[in-house]
Design a protein. Structure first.
Length: 304
């Protein structure tokens, strides 16, 4: 269990005992999301006010800078909004067995360390199984697990094609919002890199042309923003881009990268359908650069 999953579990357990205090702690889990939003908006404000409004001398150059920066910022915020407000893909009701079947499953399933082991039988067509060939059943949620579905220890619920629970946005990244999450990372990375690249001109002008004492507050801001932007551009944005590119190229999720899926009929089989088809399965057939629904899969059935 990751460090943030332990925090989520502790907050969930506390909220079950103390509803009001737990509600406040649950809202506090958005601290990383609010922090990055604050810095993104501050970056835009100072970029317009200082870089474009003060150091850039050419109106044409300033216009180009503003158009590109505004486009990247709008796309970043649009992608983030779609990520946050797209309903997380949960396991459909039809995967939940009847009460009688669930009682039969529990009756023949070992109960150790305050939890049930994997179920031993059930009539359903799925490709994935556990390490010993048994179908996957979640006793916490009370349903069968479709292919590529996983239980999120942070939320305490199962999701279809579960990738990971992201503390930066305080929600699960699943089949439903994975494309929007990746677009948010991509556009935010481009925004940060564009800011760093074009703001170099201001630093050069300051050291070569301007007087030190007159613009001291501006250069202090520049130094802070360059350090913050460089660090944020490298981690988590830069590493996330590289990591998820590698995952998509193999058609894997974050959890599958650490614990590969086991397919019943062939231990060597996987979901890798070739790099082009893998990217299309995430971004869709056409509108890949826009945070618009274009996925051709339902999150329950996958080519193997």
């Amino acid at each position: 269990m990751s460090w943030y999953s332990k925090i989520y579990v502790a907050v969930r357990e506390y909220r079950a005992k103390n509803r009001n205090g737990g509600w406040i702690l649950t809202r506090c889990l958005n601290i990383l999301l609010l922090t990055q939003l604050f810095f993104l908006w501050m970056t835009l404000y100072f970029y317009i006010k200082v870089t474009v409004g003060y150091y850039v001398q050419s109106p044409v150059q300033a216009t180009i800078y503003l158009i590109i920066c505004s486009f990247l910022f709008v796309m970043s915020m649009w992608s983030l909004a779609k990520t946050l407000f797209t309903r997380v893909g949960r396991v459909p009701q039809r995967y939940r067995p009847s009460k009688e079947l669930e009682d039969r499953l529990k009756a023949v399933t070992p109960f150790e360390n305050n939890r049930y082991e994997m179920c031993t039988f059930c009539k359903v067509v799925v490709a994935e199984c556990d390490q010993v060939g048994r179908l996957k059943y979640c006793y916490e949620c009370g349903h069968l697990k479709p292919d590529r579905a996983r239980h999120c220890s942070s939320c305490g619920k199962c999701s279809i094609k579960y990738d990971h629970h992201c503390p930066w946005i305080n929600m699960c990244v699943t089949h439903a919002n994975y494309k929007y999450f990746l677009l948010y990372v991509i556009y935010t990375s481009l925004l940060v890199y564009w800011y760093l690249l074009t703001s170099l001109e201001g630093a050069v002008r300051y050291f070569i042309i301007q007087k030190w004492k007159e613009d001291l507050w501006k250069i202090l801001y520049y130094l802070f923003s360059f350090v913050a932007g460089g660090v944020f551009g490298y981690y988590p944005l830069g590493e996330l881009l590289i990591f998820h590119y590698q995952l998509i190229a193999l058609n894997e999720t974050t959890v599958e990268q650490t614990k590969p899926a086991v397919l019943r009929f062939d231990n060597a089989a996987d979901y890798n359908m070739g790099k082009w088809n893998n990217f299309r399965s995430v971004f869709g057939w056409g509108l890949w650069m826009w945070p618009i629904e274009s996925n051709e899969q339902d999150g329950l059935h996958f080519d193997i």
